[in-house]
Every structure is written in structure tokens, then in C-alpha cells.
Design a protein around this ligand. Structure first.
Ligand code: ZN
Ligand code: ZN
Ligand code: FE
Length: 760
């Protein structure tokens, strides 16, 4: 007797080769029936003996195709049918069309790579080879449903051979929307920086030769252009830096394969898996001292951002040039990534020597994602290509569609509809006008693809944020301003499916507090509706406001004057040797009088202050530079810590780091190495955090603890707090949602939804 079962699978299951895979699995298992795409995902109706169906079901969930992400599976028994075969049925039209069926872009799969290298294959060395398991998706989609007509591949008409593959259910290119070959698909083209065509029989080899000669080549990728140069050549990298007007931020390096990545960095299994994952992020890894990479790539950093090729074009280029390449987003300093050909010729002319482009348009710009292994697991630091627009499943549906506008420095918006949240690509600092425009376009695109008109718009509490102004200008029925760290905590809760309350540790540089001060060293008792500020750090004076974020010596001075009551001599401190006495006097006056010196509670500011003081670095060339250097300086072996005080008598409780500052100055004057002082600083923060969390747990119960905010991109801090809290607490760190401000929109969306419900 045939049993019947309907299996409904939700998530990213379209455009990733899911149905052909189900077909093969069913045929191998001896299951008859059908599979089809529907607006919400994939539906399978399977018929076989009950035991066979069970085995088939288990295999379904065991190892789905690499690009798939299953959010939810529902099964129920249906009447048996005497079906003889298993077939792929035509799709049910996306009537409601609510859910976003477009998958993220997928790195070239092993099967396609084999064909790419096979001289007998008709796609030998074809730079646009792809299949149902790999290739461009989100970045070529103009509309939903995800169908060739609605992508930038609509301009290319499939030849007979490609069409046959596309229409054969058993073919691995069945309904591969970007399917193409040299006869019918996109073509490479080489051009001068000004856009004039360069005749070449083999554009890839020509570009490789230019790179080997030290030139800068703009390469069209999935979500935009990269600027590439030889990463082993100091002069080439220096030239790129100068032309791009980027004087300090590290560049990412693309290498041909994992074996070559191992030559540059010491990798563990988790890092190898992350590098080779279908998302292919830039992975921050510990660089080998003897790595063959020019010093100019990541000046002074023990880390290197490494990634592997993710398009056939990258594979061919890396094979031809056979050396690590700097591959950095094509733009000028803080501008958005260049993704249109006309724009490339105009904006990249002063930077690139050559443009390796092609005629497949990019519909949606998307930067490379950045990730790092922390506490043994991948943590996404910048969420863009490879992850966007994957949905995050939520335990309950949004009451009304929500748009959350995020924060300014690392902007990313989030749309919440039904029981899913969609975090858009991280764009950049909205202080740049072109970036602001790119952000607005990306929001409109996401709303369009989801067919959502937001009824609730969420934003940061900061009145000066451009994202806040953008939210208000939308004139939605309901606007909800969410406190920055509450949003951070809610974003971590949402990622882990926690309903709250939780103890949320939110450490970052700056976020606008309900009292108007700059928060950022917060312990919150929170659920989605409200929060209580249980603890914070004793603040530092931000002399000159934002000026202190770049001129970090001002923060060091504020920390010293607070710790020593203004009585400390700066004479022995190398940091102050190069700062004019008059500047010091002016800043001291501002601090003492509290004039134009707002209070800052951010843990990130403490990293700036101590980094400036101990490393002798007066200024950061970009936000967080000195803080990052201070983190990276820490000696992994040093386990000692400095004294600190926790004042549990006030509201909120206060962590007082003045004893730490006094001890660190003594160490500095005593000649202790910076690495040891940095390690002790970290260990002290860990101990102080554990102490306030334990005190909070004693009062409010052993609630789940979430770690969030930009400071938890720092493994020493994150791993230290997790270890210090031990088995007594369940501690959650971010994974697929960035701990920094790029992840904040998700939390805003959930808080706004919860507030709307609470008021209803
Ligand atoms: Zn493939
Ligand atoms: Zn073709
Ligand atoms: Fe933040």
C-alpha cells in the first residue's frame, strides 16, 4: 500500500537547484510523486511505502544543496496515489508574491569548475559558466519572481544547446536562469580606463599581464567592480592606495585556492570552511609572518582579509596571474561601489589603468561580505553579497509590514513582513551623499522585490542621523525610534529566536542614549518592547565632540585627568611628546569645564583612549583605527588583569576603570610591553563584564545573555566573556547577523513591531 506525504519547505529553496536535487533523491529512493515551486518555497508530494518515505524525508533534510537555506518544514499525510514516476511540475504563479524567492549569489560550484577547465567542454574557459547550484542571483535580479525575464540575462537569447539544458528536468542546468555559453551569453571586454575598447584575443590573459606588470585593473564582479593589483608588489599596492585616496584601511586579498590561502595565513578548520563556503566572504585570518604579501596591503596588522574566487572570471584571472591579488571595492574613499559600465569609465579613469568588464549588467550593487571565526563559529561582520537577501525566520509574524532604517556609519536596512525579516546589503557611511543615495535606492529595491509598503518605519533614536531623517521623510503611519543599544540587543535576540527577557551586553563606540549622552558600555535587561539600563561604564569626556573620535589623544587625556584628578604629569608619556602644549591646555580646559565635552560611555572609546596612550598614537585616520590596533596588540599569553571598581549603589550601576588607568600608566612608565598592557586591559574588561552580569543575574535570574555591538567583533573580548561566564550562563554571540551597526536594523524592526502590538 502506497502512503502519501506532503512536504512544504520554506526558505531559500528556489534558484539553488533544489527541485532537480529532490528529483534525483526521490528517484534514487524509489519514491514517486512531484515537486514544484510555489510562492512560499517548494512543495513535495511523495508516494511510497511508509518506511521508504521516512528514509526519503531524512535524506531531504540531511544535506540540501549548498545554496539552500531551509527555514521551516511542514509535513502531513495525504491519500496515497498510484504514481509511477517522480516529476518536476510547473510552478504555481506567485499570486501573493509576498515572499522573496530570489536567492543570494552563489560561488561557482565544483561541477562548473571542472567544465571550465576541460578543453573538450563547450564552456571551456567561459567566464560566465553557471548552473542551478551556482552563479549570480540577487545581483542580476530586477524583479520577482526570480525568472530569466526579470534578470539582466533577459538581454541574452539562449542558443538551442543551452535551451535544451534549461528545459530538461534531469539536467543540472534545468531552470538555471543565468544559463549561458560562449555562443549565446555574455562576453568579456577589455577597455582603457577611459572606456575605449582594447582589442585582445584573450582579455583575461591581457589583464593578467597588466597585473603582473604592476598595473591597476578594474574587474567587473557580481555586485560591482573591484580594483585589482598584484598583492606581492609594494609599489603596485602603494599606487592603488594613493589613487584611491585610501591611506590606511587594510585591503582584502584574493587567492586562487585554499592551499594558497594557507601560505598567507594560519588557518583552522572553521576558517577553511568559511573561506570555501558558498557565500565566499572576505575572512579575517592571522597572517603568517613570512606571507608573500606587500606590507602596504594591511599596514601593521597581524590579520589579513583573504577570500577565494567566487565567479568563473575570478578563477580564470587568478589562474592566469598566479599570485595573490588585492581586490578592493572600486570606489573613491567612502563613495559607494561602482557597478555600472558608464560609471566605471567615468569614475575609475583616475584610478585604474585597464578595465576588464563584460556586457552582463549588474541590477543591484552589493559589496563583498566580511566574516571572522570567533569562539569557533563564523560571525558575519559585514553582511552583503552571498547573504543578501536571505530571510531570517521569526517565531511570529509581523503585525504590520515594517521598514527599519538602521544606523549611519554602517548602514543597512531591514524589511519585516509575514514571519520573516530581510536585512538589505550593508552600504557604508551615509555622511557621503552618493552613499546616502545608494542606500535609498537599495531600500526601494528591497521593498519593491518584497512588494511591501511599510506601515511602520523604525529608526535610531539619534536625531542627527541621516537614516533617521530618511525614516521621517517617508511619512509612514507609524514611526518608532529605537534606542541604539536596545536595537543591538534585540537584533541578537532575533537572530537566536529568543523572546526575552535577556541580559544584553551591548558594547560599541557610540549610540545615542535616552538621556542624550553617548552610550556604548551598556548592560540592558531587555525584551522587544522595553529595556532597563542596569549598568554602564563611567564616562569619558569627548573633548570637542566628534573631533575626539579622530584625535584620540584627547580621549587618553580625558582618561588620565579623570583617573589622576588632573594631577598627572604628561612628561614621561611618549604620546604627548609630539602634541603642542597649547593644544593640551585647551583640551584640558574643555574637559575640566565640561565645555563642548559630551560624556561618552562607549567601550570603544576606552579602546581608543588606551590605544592612544600606550601605543603613542595621537590620531586615527579612520574611525576605530586605533581601537583595532589596540585590540590586535594584545599578547595572547598574558592572563593578568588590572584592578577596577563596580559601583552597585547607583542607577545604573557603574563600571569604573580609573584603577585600570592608574595601573596601566605605572606599567607603561615601568617599561612593560604594550602587548602585555593591552592583554591586561582586555582581561579587565572581561572580568568587569562578568561581574556586572553576575550581579544582574543575582537580581533578575539567570536569563540568557547576549553579546552585541561592534566591540564583540573582537575575539579576545567575546571569547573571554563567554569563558568567564562559564557554564552558569547561556551566552549568545552573533552569527549571520553582524554584531556592529550593520545588524542593528533587524533589532529595530522587532522592537517597532513589539511596540505597535503593545499599543494596539
Ligand atoms: Zn555550477
Ligand atoms: Zn548557449
Ligand atoms: Fe552600535
Amino acid at each position: 500500500m502506497q502512503a502519501g506525504r506532503r512536504i512544504e519547505i520554506r526558505g531559500t529553496v528556489q534558484g539553488v537547484g533544489f527541485r532537480p536535487w529532490v528529483l534525483r533523491l526521490a528517484r534514487a529512493a524509489g519514491v514517486a510523486g512531484r515537486v514544484r515551486n510555489d510562492p512560499g518555497g517548494v512543495t513535495i508530494e511523495a508516494f511510497a511505502a511508509a518506511g521508504v518515505l521516512d528514509a526519503f524525508y531524512r535524506r531531504l533534510l540531511e544535506a540540501p544543496p549548498p545554496g539552500a537555506a531551509i527555514l521551516d518544514v511542514a509535513t502531513r499525510d495525504i491519500p496515497g496515489e498510484a504514481a509511477a514516476y517522480f516529476v518536476i511540475e510547473p510552478s504555481v504563479a506567485a499570486a501573493a508574491g509576498r515572499r522573496l524567492s530570489i536567492p543570494p549569489d552563489l560561488a561557482t560550484c565544483p561541477d562548473c569548475l571542472r567544465e571550465l577547465d576541460d578543453p573538450a567542454d563547450r564552456r571551456y574557459r567561459y567566464a560566465f559558466i553557471n548552473c542551478t547550484r551556482c552563479g549570480p542571483r540577487f545581483t542580476i535580479a530586477r524583479d520577482v519572481p526570480y525568472d530569466r525575464r526579470a534578470t539582466t540575462m533577459a538581454a541574452f537569447h539562449m542558443c538551442a544547446a543551452c535551451r535544451r539544458e534549461y528545459e530538461s528536468p534531469a539536467d543540472r542546468r534545468f531552470h538555471a536562469q543565468p544559463n549561458a555559453c560562449p555562443a549565446c551569453g555574455p562576453r568579456l571586454r577589455l577597455a582603457t580606463a577611459a572606456g575605449a575598447p582594447v582589442a585582445s584575443a584573450d582579455p583575461i590573459r591581457a589583464a593578467a599581464a597588466a597585473l603582473a606588470a604592476g598595473r591597476v585593473v578594474a574587474v567587473k564582479g557580481l555586485g560591482g567592480f573591484h580594483l585589482a593589483c598584484d598583492a606581492t608588489s609594494g609599489p603596485a599596492v602603494a599606487r592603488l592606495r594613493a589613487r584611491k585616496r585610501r591611506d590606511a584601511k587594510p585591503f582584502a586579498v584574493m587567492v586562487r585556492d585554499l592551499a594558497r590561502a594557507e601560505r598567507l595565513a594560519r588557518l583552522d578548520d572553521a576558517e577553511r570552511a568559511l573561506l570555501a563556503s558558498v557565500e565566499r566572504p572576505i575572512v579575517l585570518v592571522p597572517r603568517r609572518p613570512d606571507a608573500d604579501v606587500a606590507a602596504e596591503v594591511a599596514p601593521g596588522s597581524p590579520l589579513l582579509g583573504v577570500f577565494l574566487p567566487y565567479t568563473p572570471l575570478h578563477h580564470l584571472l587568478l589562474a592566469a596571474v598566479d599570485r595573490p591579488l588585492v581586490m578592493t571595492s572600486a570606489n573613491l574613499s567612502d563613495e559607494p561601489i561602482v557597478h555600472r559600465d558608464a560609471e566605471a569609465a567615468r569614475r575609475l579613469a583616475p584610478i585604474a589603468d585597464l578595465i576588464l568588464g563584460h556586457d552582463r549588467a549588474i541590477a543591484t550593487p552589493c559589496e563583498d561580505s566580511v566574516a571572522r571565526v570567533i569562539a569557533g563559529r563564523p560571525v558575519v561582520l559585514r553582511r552583503a553579497r552571498g547573504w543578501v537577501p536571505r530571510a531570517l525566520a521569526l517565531p511570529r509574524p509581523f503585525a504590520r509590514p515594517v521598514l527599519a532604517c538602521g544606523a549611519d556609519l554602517k548602514s543597512a536596512a531591514c524589511v519585516g513582513v509575514d514571519a520573516a525579516a530581510y536585512l538589505g546589503p550593508q552600504t557604508g557611511d551615509l555622511a557621503d551623499l552618493a552613499t546616502l543615495r545608494a542606500f535609498e535606492e537599495s531600500v526601494e529595491r528591497l521593498l519593491h522585490l518584497l512588494r511591501v509598503v511599510p506601515e511602520v518605519v523604525a529608526c535610531d533614536l539619534h536625531p542627527g542621523y541621516r537614516s533617521t531623517a530618511y525614516a521621517r521623510a517617508r511619512r509612514a503611519a507609524t514611526i518608532v525610534a529605537v534606542q541604539h543599544h536596545h536595537a543591538h540587543v534585540a537584533s541578537a535576540m532575533a537572530e537566536h529566536g529568543l523572546s526575552g527577557p535577556v541580559l544584553g551586553v551591548a558594547y560599541d563606540g557610540t549610540g545615542y542614549g535616552t538621556d542624550g549622552a553617548a552610550w556604548g558600555g551598556e548592560l540592558l535587561l531587555a525584551d522587544y518592547v522595553r529595556f532597563e539600563r542596569l549598568a554602564t561604564f563611567r564616562p569619558l569626556a569627548l573633548a570637542g565632540g566628534d573631533a575626539a573620535i579622530r584625535q584620540v589623544w584627547r580621549l587618553a587625556l580625558a582618561a588620565l585627568d579623570d583617573a589622576f584628578g588632573g594631577e598627572v604629569s604628561l612628561a614621561g608619556l611618549p604620546l604627548f611628546a609630539r602634541i603642542p602644549a597649547r593644544d593640551v591646555a585647551v583640551v584640558r580646559q574643555m574637559i575640566a569645564a565640561g565645555l563642548n565635552a559630551p560624556r561618552a560611555h562607549g567601550v570603544g572609546r576606552w579602546f581608543d583612549a588606551l590605544g592612544a596612550l600606550v601605543l603613542g598614537r595621537a590620531a586615527a585616520r579612520y574611525e576605530g583605527e586605533v581601537a583595532a590596533a589596540w585590540n590586535l596588540a594584545a599578547d595572547p599569553a598574558d592572563r593578568a588583569r588590572y584592578p577596577f571598581a563596580v559601583d552597585l549603589s547607583g542607577v545604573p550601576w557603574a563600571v569604573d576603570l580609573r584603577p585600570l588607568v592608574r595601573a596601566a600608566v605605572a606599567d607603561l612608565l615601568g617599561g612593560r610591553p604594550a602587548g602585555a598592557i593591552s592583554a591586561r586591559f582586555h582581561n579587565t574588561l572581561v572580568a568587569a563584564t562578568a561581574e556586572v552580569v553576575r550581579a544582574a543575574a543575582a537580581r533578575h535570574g539567570r536569563l540568557p545573555v547576549v553579546l552585541t555591538g561592534g566591540c564583540f567583533q573582537n575575539p579576545r573580548l567575546a571569547e573571554g566573556v563567554i569563558a568567564a561566564l562559564g557554564s552558569g550562563h547561556t551566552v549568545y554571540l552573533h552569527g549571520a547577523i553582524p554584531p556592529g551597526d550593520g545588524g542593528i536594523a533587524l533589532g529595530q524592526a522587532l522592537v517597532a513591531d513589539a511596540r505597535v502590538r503593545a499599543c494596539a
